[in-house]
Design a protein around this ligand. Structure first.
Ligand code: ADP
Length: 502
């Protein structure tokens, strides 16, 4: 009971440890997943923020340059609408330009549309007295548009209020393209306007999904920079993939551990089974040796004391002596051959020969026990049997083991058939009985060393359990094989297939 409990406890402990490991691994994986996603997002946010800053600076610089060059032009006493037109031609970024003096007189555009008039009015309303005096630049919202407002000294006319409205197409072409066009990496950077439309994208966005957006500063207030990643490359997807790989590797590891444990457990069980079979083997062999020996001794002593006056009985006793000594030497041969096979020392001397004399010789050696136990033996040997390469002694032993088993496991069906016939270019020899038969599930195992169906005590028939292992080894050394068929309860049939020499 305790011997059985120990492996169960060990396996339980290892499985429990593996389960704890798996649970801990899973928890830390989840934690890593969250942290890794956060980190990847952080990195993406940094990229987008840097892009936003670059764009913002470029826009501000373009505004500053525009205002500065306009200021330079305004210092000219001849500064007028023509000079503004010329300036506009040089600065296409600014789609609309408004210029007015402190008294509200609009210097540019010369022909004011209603929109323009409203824009200028809105612009003036936003400009404080202080701004007129101090000068400077501001981004303002006028008529729903972003306008860069600046007060510049305007020669003799006094300070001028400048309003510059950017042209989005030119902005995209001139500023965004130049600043973000060369972005490397798998992601795409896009600039979204106030309505969420992409004004610019560093590469086509069709199969990409937005990961995050960051706002610009006051130069592009409602606009945002968006970072897009191609499908499957977003931080979440990447982390998911890594997690899946980790999980799969972990599952594989657990599987290997489980397989290893099961393998070790099976090996252990097999070892203890072999140990048990070996001890059975020793007990069985000792008993098998004892039985013929005590018979030989008893009959020899009786004969020696001259207590058998009857000639017929005397002959009978001699026959018993011969039969039992043959049985003894067969048993000893089996054990010795088996030990030679186990240590790899067994050699076969194979030369072309006929199986017919082998069959006759083996049956002759069993004649007494067969007759005595009332067996009927049918022998059928095909007349055209070819010679096959064989080790005569080994083949005799294999056949003797089969006949011995047929006798041992015959029960009440006392009929044995031995047949030999051509089989391909070789020969097949079969030994069939009408005895207890062999269950289908045992037909592989009976050829294993020490294996016996049921325990020898319950079976009631003594044996060492190595007979069929020897038969298998011998016939395989001849390049052949041994098969078994028949029905449980209605006998068995063993066939040796011995190939020809071709
Ligand atoms: P054993 O010395 O026990 O006969 P074997 O290796 O010759 O050892 O046979 C292994 C087992 O196969 C036997 O214990 C028996 O259970 C079964 N067996 C072998 N031959 C026969 C047969 N002719 N009929 C039924 N069972 C058989």
């Amino acid at each position: 009971m305790t011997a059985r409990l120990v492996p169960v406890l060990i396996f339980g402990a290892v499985f429990a440890a593996a389960a704890v490991l798996a649970a801990l691994g899973y928890l830390s994986l989840r934690r890593w997943e969250v942290a890794a996603e956060l980190q990847l997002r952080e990195r993406a946010r940094d990229t987008a923020a840097m892009a936003a800053e670059k764009v913002e600076m470029a826009v501000i610089r373009a505004g500053q340059d525009g205002v500065a060059s306009l200021q330079a032009a305004a210092l000219d006493p001849a500064f007028g609408p023509d000079a503004v037109e010329a300036w506009r031609a040089r600065n296409p970024l600014f789609g609309s330009v408004y210029l007015c003096d402190r008294h509200g007189r609009v210097l540019y555009p010369t022909r004011l549309s209603r929109d323009d008039a409203e824009a200028v009015a809105a612009l003036r309303a936003e400009i404080s007295q202080k701004f007129w005096e101090r000068g400077g630049r501001r981004h303002l919202e006028a008529q729903g548009h972003l306008v860069l407002a600046a007060v510049i000294p305007g020669s003799s006319r006094g300070p001028l209020l400048v309003g510059l409205r950017r042209d989005e197409q030119v902005l995209s072409r001139e500023v965004l393209e130049k600043t973000l066009g060369g972005t490397e990496g798998k992601g795409a950077l896009a600039v979204l306007d106030g309505a969420g439309r992409a004004v610019f994208a560093s590469r086509p966005l069709h199969d990409a999904a937005p990961v995050l957006t960051v706002p610009f500063g006051e130069a592009l207030p409602a606009w945002r920079v968006a970072l897009y990643q191609p499908a499957g490359l977003s931080p979440r997807d990447m982390v998911r993939r890594q997690t899946m790989i980790f999980m799969a590797a972990f599952a594989l590891l657990l599987l290997v551990i489980a397989a290893g444990l099961t393998g070790t457990y099976r090996l252990g069980r097999r070892e203890s089974e072999i140990a048990r079979l070996k001890s059975d083997f020793v007990a069985n062999v000792s008993h098998d040796l004892k039985t013929p020996l005590s018979l030989i001794r008893m009959f020899a002593e009786t004969l020696e004391m001259d207590r058998v006056p009857d000639e017929r009985r005397r002959r009978e006793y001699y026959a018993v002596l011969t039969r039992e000594s043959e049985r003894l030497s067969r048993l000893i041969d089996n054990v010795l051959d088996f030990s030679r096979i186990e240590s790899g020392r067994q050699r076969y001397e194979i030369a072309p020969g006929s199986v017919e004399p082998i069959i006759h010789e083996v049956l002759e050696s069993f004649r007494h026990p067969l007759e005595q136990q009332g067996f009927k033996v049918d022998v059928s040997i095909a007349p055209d049997l070819p010679d096959v390469p064989l080790d005569t002694e080994a083949m005799k032993q294999a056949l003797a083991n089969l006949v011995d088993n047929a006798v041992k496991y015959s029960g009440d069906g006392r009929r044995i058939t031995v047949a030999a016939r051509p089989d391909g270019d070789g020969v097949s020899v079969e030994v069939a009985d009408e005895g207890v038969g062999i269950p289908l599930s045992e037909r592989e195992r009976i050829f294993e060393k020490f294996y016996r169906i049921g325990r020898s005590e319950t079976q009631g028939r003594r044996g060492s359990g190595v007979g069929l292992a020897l038969v298998k080894h011998i016939v395989e050394a001849h390049g052949g094989r041994v098969t078994v068929d028949g029905r449980p309860g209605a006998g068995s049939r063993f066939t040796l297939h011995v190939p020809g020499g071709a």
